[in-house]
Design a protein around this ligand. Sequence first.
Ligand SMILES: [Zn+2]
Length: 137
Amino acid sequence: MKPTKPQREQIRLKYGGKCAYCGCNLQKNWHADHKEPIRRSQRWVASCINDRSKIYEDYMEHPERDCIENLVPACPSCNTNKHQMTVEQFRSSIAQYVQSLNRYSVQYRMASKFGLVEETGIEVKFYFESYEQGRKN
Ligand SMILES: [Zn+2]
């Protein structure tokens, strides 16, 4: 679904004008993200016998998730990094970033050795989780 202007404003304000995931203040270029992914894909529908070309159509794996209740405001970097992941897959993906930095980034390892960065080992918590928790209390 393409949200109307009032629906987009409703989505933008879901978490006080902040990104549902990292909690940064949303800028003009914020995205409406499907919290539970709809997973857009293509499927083969036919083949042309003459030129052997194939015809594909776009489809959604979970069309039932394409609704305003499932749309949350996200900053471009969270939305791009989350891509078609579920919330839990996104959480695991972020949790592995420190391991990747230690393995592949010389700059990160040096910055770590010199105490410029500190690993906390905390769990990845999304802004919408603390926001919803705060509203319950
Ligand atoms: Zn974000």
